[in-house]
Design a protein around this ligand. Structure first.
Ligand SMILES: Cc1cc2nc3c(=O)[nH]c(=O)nc-3n(C[C@H](O)[C@H](O)[C@H](O)COP(=O)(O)OP(=O)(O)OC[C@H]3O[C@@H](n4cnc5c(N)ncnc54)[C@H](O)[C@@H]3O)c2cc1C
Length: 306
């Protein structure tokens, strides 16, 4: 493989994908962008060049078919690798591209390295994080990588080629409603306080927010807090079916630590758990544990840190 391609609509994640691609010591790493604004946002992503493939689709995943067609020309000469950021857009796009290319796909990888005979070996977790699956895919292949898993590259990158994509028009966008995001972007947060079902009332989340304010953390949660109780937004729940994060510090408060939640937070550098049940599985995943009632521990911890 001479060339690896990366795509993410999130510039910070795109730079991390470039960092991974450069570890393969390929001749060039090219970043793909779908419009001028995205190309400009990649200007310091460390890639050897940016390929701007513009279309007029409001949904990047609608570019999948023509992106696959563009890549299949490139891959016919040099069977390469497409590395996509594992966001909801990236997951939609990458799986479709792999389908159109009829090539191997490994999603949300933990590690990747080049293997013999033009192949790539990856590991990823399976069954909600219960096992790690090792796979070897012949190139060309498509993989997705969650935010925070690899160090970002940096360095000036400029557009080296432009092309036009024929967007897939089978889906018509009739309107869009922006999601209003509040607080710290969890995919970039250095610290996150996670709220679990051990909180008895919505207003008690203020205790977690007080701690978060002192340590400059974002607020995440388990699925039940977002999807059953609707106390926090679905954007904030972490885990297998939620967001994958990798902060320096994750403070897991009042949560049991089921594998589906841990799948999204296990890459945190340090996990601190607060739970009143010393048998809670979260303590097996934690670096530090405080056995106690969150209603006593959180105010004390916040006061001490202040
Ligand atoms: C297919 C599938 C996908 C899933 N995906 C996700 C996902 O992406 N993310 C996710 O989070 N979940 C996910 N789940 C749900 C997951 O299995 C768990 O049910 C969920 O994570 C549990 O949330 P919890 O730990 O907040 O609640 P619980 O399991 O109810 O734990 C509450 C904890 O709080 C403790 N506690 C109670 N009161 C206090 C107190 N006063 N002080 C201190 N501790 C206290 C208890 O001891 C207990 O350990 C998924 C499930 C399935 C089946």
């Amino acid at each position: 493989m001479d060339t690896a391609y990366v795509y993410s609509e999130k510039p910070v994640l795109a730079a991390q994908l470039v960092g991974l691609a450069k570890s393969f010591e390929v001749k060039e790493v090219l970043a793909i962008a779908f419009d001028d604004e995205s190309s400009a946002a990649l200007s310091n992503c460390g890639a050897d060049g940016i390929i701007e493939l513009s279309g007029d689709s409001a949904m990047p995943e609608n570019n999948a078919r023509s992106l696959a067609s563009w890549l299949s020309d490139a891959f016919a000469v040099d069977p390469g690798l497409l590395i996509v950021g594992a966001t909801s857009i990236g997951r939609d796009l990458s799986a479709r591209v792999a389908g159109y290319l009829d090539c191997g796909f490994s999603g949300d990888i933990i590690s990747a390295e080049l293997a013999e005979d033009d192949a790539i070996s990856t590991t990823r977790s399976e069954y909600g994080g219960a096992v790690v699956l090792a796979e070897t895919l012949p190139l060309p292949a498509v993989i997705t990588v969650p935010a925070g898993r690899f160090d970002a590259a940096s360095g000036a990158a400029s557009i080296i080629d432009k092309g036009t994509l024929e967007p897939d028009t089978r889906i018509e966008v009739t309107g869009t409603t922006p999601i209003v995001k509040e607080g710290i972007d969890l995919s970039r947060a250095k610290a996150i306080v996670g709220v679990g079902m051990g909180f008895s009332a919505r207003e008690d989340i203020a205790l977690a927010e007080d701690l978060a304010a002192v340590i400059d953390a974002g607020i995440g949660c388990t699925r039940g807090i977002a999807e059953e109780r609707h106390w926090l937004s679905t954007e904030q729940y972490l885990g297998l079916s939620g967001l994958t994060v990798a902060p320096d510090l994750y403070v897991a408060v009042g949560m049991s630590g089921q594998v589906q939640h841990l799948a999204g937070v296990r890459d945190s550098k340090v996990i601190v758990a607060i739970n009143k049940n010393e048998e809670a599985p979260i303590f097996k995943a934690a670096d530090y544990g405080i056995v106690g009632d969150l209603y006593e521990v959180l105010p004390a911890l916040t006061a001490a840190l202040k």
